[in-house]
Design a protein around this ligand. Structure first.
Ligand SMILES: [Zn+2]
Length: 167
């Protein structure tokens, strides 16, 4: 990526979008329990764009001169396209998918079966060769149906972003 990728701070209502942004490779914090004051302060201190579906909070974000995006909550595809285009992102780097943990935002590291030992169910270990483990929480990921669906979603987002820029 030529430009520095934006980082995000998602409020309690946006868990699903936050997980997807992480899987797309964007540094995204998700705050389930926090006062608007804390969210605002954290967004400003850490230079993160604040994502919220709360109009009152968004008004405060604008007033404080912080970066933020008002999310409609219409659905993951629409919301992701809206957030990324508002943040100056013109394409989703498909190579970055699976680089971050959807649970805790930690970075993933490639591992082989032997290195993981107990972390993978036997059936999965038989069928897959490549694994990724979160360096922070230890969650193990592998190429499977879930990641394929995410990739398809990323491609749809990417296609819509391309059109948003072209028109
Ligand atoms: Zn993790």
């Amino acid at each position: 990526m030529a430009l520095k990728a934006p980082s995000f701070l998602a409020d309690a209502m946006l868990g699903s979008v936050a997980r997807k942004l992480r899987i797309f490779g964007f540094d995204t914090l998700y705050i389930a329990h926090a006062h608007d004051d804390e969210i605002l302060k954290m967004g400003i201190d850490q230079g993160r764009a604040i994502l919220t579906a709360d109009k009152e909070l968004f008004k405060r974000v604008v007033k404080a001169g912080a970066r933020g995006v008002l999310v409609s909550g219409a659905g993951d595809l629409e919301d992701l396209v809206h957030i990324l285009s508002k943040s100056g992102v013109t394409s989703v780097d498909l190579g970055g998918i699976g680089s971050r943990c959807s649970v805790c935002n930690g970075l993933l590291e490639e591992k082989n079966q032997e290195q993981l030992k107990n972390g993978v169910p036997g059936k999965v270990a038989e069928q897959h060769r490549e694994f990724y483990q979160c360096m922070d929480c230890g969650k193990v990921y592998w190429e499977g149906g879930h990641l394929r669906r995410i990739r398809a979603l990323a491609e749809s987002v990417d296609a819509k972003l391309g059109r948003a820029v072209a028109t």
